[in-house]
Write a protein that binds this ligand. Structure first.
Ligand code: ATP
Ligand code: MG
Length: 382
């Protein structure tokens, strides 16, 4: 008898001819997640299995957060021909439980000597007899379900633990995430990564206005995200000179917007270098002056790739809830200054005029500034 984790996937089921590709990627992602705890991962008969780990709780914790995994079930595998052993194991598994139950058999081995209804009946009867009256059968709305899957072996499990869902990272292409030290952008990155997208993070760093602690905070956030994405590359782009120039030469109420246009331009260059096809930001309509519809339009116009803003329709409170859920909230709340807050004008334009933006930008040596920032960027692989 072998203890293992049976891993079930969700949306990949809907894939047709591409399913093997998605499954292969998912297996790789699960393998990476359990590699350093000694997990042995394989695919058999449309199921992924993990065996060989000593600490099953840790294994569950890790596999549950692999994008593409729908649920995990701690299971026992036994030789399917020993039906008496199967019955005893089933009864042991249900020991200590009370209330209603049913057995749910699935048989991919169509030559097995019993069909699914017969397995249900035989196993159900045995469990019932051995439960000393604590269990009752209810096939419609049972409190407990004992699953019996007859494949190369018999797999028994009674716990189905929900997992994160989504699609395996790497199946959805690449995108560049503009990662600030705030609450919103890590959540935005998480949401896009969950759809299978690999991320490269871009952070704008205004030393000495923002210090090493602020930089470290962003790296810590990227590290948390990389736990979901199996690693991540981070570009830390020096942004002080650009901000100083904008501050010195452009109208005060337009500085934030012009700065954001520079962020987008630089992110696009990095994205293309990294084979990424879209940008991701944590913007949400109306949250701040640079996130009015007009301002968002003005920032979009400087790039020639889609800009994804997955939290665009979220209230701040919803974003916070999600940040807590994914484990970035506490780090995001550390009090170090961000480059935007340092140079924030008192009255930023909420209905910016394109002529005024362009007139401001005319005064800047755009190409040189951007070229320098990209050249001086620090690249960190997490
Ligand atoms: P967040 O929105 O992540 O909470 P924030 O509120 O400080 O951080 P905003 O001013 O709302 O950031 O900026 C909107 C978006 O612009 C961010 O979600 C992020 O995608 C991007 N951004 C802002 N500042 C930076 C930065 N220093 N480096 C990289 N991206 C940034
Ligand atoms: Mg924000």
């Amino acid at each position: 008898m072998q203890k293992l984790l049976l891993v079930r996937y969700g949306e990949i089921y809907l894939k047709g001819q591409n399913r093997p590709y998605f499954l292969k990627t998912l297996v790789s992602r699960v393998r990476e997640a359990v590699r350093d705890i000694g997990g042995n991962v394989w695919l058999h008969d449309a199921r992924i299995f993990v065996s060989g780990v000593e600490d099953m709780d840790e294994c569950i914790r890790r596999v549950r957060r692999v994008f593409g995994v729908h649920s995990v079930c701690p299971a026992l595998a036994l030789e399917k021909d020993d039906f008496d052993l199967l019955l005893c194991t089933a009864a042991e598994m249900m020991e200590g439980l009370e209330g209603t139950f049913k057995v749910e058999a699935r048989r991919s081995d169509k030559h097995y000597f019993l069909d699914s209804p017969a397995i249900n009946a035989r196993v159900g009867e045995y469990v019932l007899e051995n439960s000393c009256g604590r269990l009752k059968v209810d096939v419609k709305k049972p409190e407990h379900v004992l699953s019996v899957e007859i494949r190369d072996k018999a797999y028994l499990y009674s716990r189905v633990i929900p997992a994160v869902g989504g699609m395996p990272v790497g199946t959805g292409g690449r995108a560049a995430l503009l990662l600030s030290g705030g609450i919103d952008s890590p959540v935005a990155g998480y949401m896009i990564a969950k759809r299978g997208v690999e991320l490269v993070a871009v952070h704008y760093y205004s030393f000495p206005y923002t210090g090493p602690q602020a930089r470290q905070k962003v790296l810590d956030l990227a590290q948390i995200l990389s736990g979901y994405t199996c690693g991540m590359r981070v570009y830390v782009v020096p942004f002080t000179r650009i901000q100083m120039e904008i501050h010195a030469k452009c109208p005060d109420d337009y500085t934030t917007l012009i700065m954001r246009r520079y962020m987008m331009r630089i992110a696009e260059i990095i994205a293309r270098r990294e084979g990424a096809m879209a940008l991701v930001t944590g913007e949400s309509i109306g949250q701040v002056a640079s996130q009015t519809m007009e301002a968002l339009n003005a920032t979009d116009q400087v790039v020639d790739m889609p800009v994804f803003r997955p939290v665009i329709g979220f209230d701040k409170i919803d974003i916070i809830r999600e940040a807590e859920e994914i484990g970035t909230y506490e780090t995001s709340c550390l009090p170090y200054e961000d480059c935007c807050t340092v140079f924030t004008p008192r009255h930023p334009a909420t209905r910016p005029k394109m002529e005024k933006i362009l007139a401001g930008e005319e005064l800047l040596a755009q190409e040189e500034l951007i070229e320098e920032a990209v050249r001086e960027a620090e690249v960190i692989d997490l």
